[in-house]
Design a protein around this ligand. Structure first.
Ligand code: PLP
Length: 287
C-alpha cells in the first residue's frame, strides 16, 4: 500500500508525522473522507471544494492548486489499484513548537490514504441501526462552525462514547436548543407521510455531501423534500429514519432511545433512496 505524504509515495511504515505537528498536538488541520466506487471517485469536486473551504476558514494554506490536488488523489487511487474503497485526505498545520501559534509551523503536512473500507456489517443495512440521543450537544455554529471539517473531532467522539454506553450503534446529536442536528459523523433524515425532512445545516450540522446527493435524488424521485427543524419527538413518531454519510452511505435507523420506529424494519423510502444512490455512485464523480 502506497501513501501520499508531502509530495512522495511512501509505504505504510514510512508514512509518519512529526510529534510537533499541530495536527497531532492540537487537532489543527482539516480532512475529507471520500469514496471510490468501481474506479469512480464519487463527488470528488465537492469534497475538494469543502476541503479548501475548511482550510480557508482556519487560514491554512494548502500547498497545491485544486487541480493538482485532484490529480494527487487520482494518482493515489491508481497507484494502489483501488477499484472500490475509501480515501482519507488530511492537511495538518504541520510541525511547529509546543505553543499554539500556527504561524510558527513551517509548512502543512499533506497525506492521502486510499484503502479498502471496513463498512458497517452487511446485516446492519438489512436490519437497521439503533440510535441514542446523547447529553453532549453539537457545538454552536456561531462558536465553531460545523462546516469546518477539522481534525478536532472530540465533540463527535464524546457522543459516540455516549451512544456506545447506551448500547446503541449511533448517536443522535442535538443542538443547544434541543433540535436534532446529526449523528456522530452522519446526517439524519426522517420520513413522515411520504415527506422527507432533514435539519437545516444552520442548526449545527455538517452539510454532508451524501446528504446533498440524497436531497437531489429525493427531489428527482418526486418526493416532497423539506429542510426544517425538528425535535426528538418528531424522530420517535416518524414513519422512517435514516442516516447518510460517506462511510455509512444510506442506512436505516429502526430504534431511537428505545422507541421502535414504525414496524422496526428499514422503510420503503429509505430502501428506494439507497437503491437510487447505488446507481449514481459509479458515475457521478471523477474517473
Ligand atoms: N456529519 C459529520 C460531523 C461528519 O463528519 C460527516 C462525515 O463526513 C457527515 C456528517 C457526513 O458527511 P458526508 O456525507 O459529506 O460524508
Amino acid at each position: 500500500q502506497w501513501i501520499f505524504s508531502n509530495g512522495k509515495f511512501v509505504t505504510k511504515q514510512e508514512a509518519v508525522i512529526s510529534v510537533y505537528d499541530h495536527g497531532f498536538l492540537y487537532g489543527d488541520g482539516v480532512f475529507e473522507g471520500i469514496r471510490v466506487y468501481d474506479g469512480n471517485i464519487f463527488k470528488l469536486t465537492e469534497h475538494l471544494k469543502r476541503l479548501y473551504e475548511s482550510a480557508q476558514s482556519i487560514m491554512l494554506e494548502i500547498p497545491y492548486s485544486k487541480e493538482d490536488f485532484q490529480q494527487i488523489i487520482v494518482d493515489t487511487v491508481r497507484k494502489n489499484q483501488l477499484e472500490s474503497g475509501y480515501i482519507r485526505v488530511v492537511v495538518s498545520r504541520g510541525p511547529g513548537n509546543l505553543g499554539l501559534d500556527p504561524s510558527r509551523c513551517s509548512a502543512p503536512h499533506v497525506i492521502v490514504i486510499a484503502e479498502e473500507l471496513a463498512l458497517f456489517p452487511k446485516e446492519l443495512y438489512e436490519l437497521g441501526l439503533t440510535v441514542a440521543s446523547v447529553a453532549s450537544r453539537r457545538n454552536r455554529p456561531d462558536v465553531l462552525s460545523p462546516q469546518i471539517k477539522s481534525l478536532n473531532y472530540l465533540n463527535n467522539i464524546l457522543v459516540k462514547l455516549e451512544a456506545n454506553q447506551a448500547g446503541a450503534h449511533e448517536a443522535l446529536m442535538l443542538n443547544d436548543q434541543g433540535y436534532v442536528t446529526e449523528g456522530s459523523a452522519d446526517n439524519i433524515f426522517i420520513v413522515k407521510n411520504n415527506t422527507i425532512i432533514t435539519p437545516p445545516v444552520y442548526l449545527g450540522a455538517l452539510e454532508g455531501i451524501t446528504r446533498n446527493a440524497i436531497i437531489d435524488l429525493a427531489k428527482e424521485c418526486g418526493y416532497e423534500m423539506k429542510e426544517t427543524p425538528f425535535t426528538r419527538h418528531d424522530v420517535y413518531v416518524a414513519d422512517e429514519v435514516f442516516l447518510t454519510g460517506t462511510a455509512a452511505e444510506v442506512i436505516a435507523v429502526v430504534e431511537v432511545d428505545k422507541r421502535m420506529i414504525s414496524d422496526g424494519k428499514p422503510g420503503k423510502v429509505t430502501n428506494h433512496l439507497l437503491s437510487e444512490f447505488r446507481k449514481v455512485v459509479t458515475t457521478d464523480g471523477i474517473q
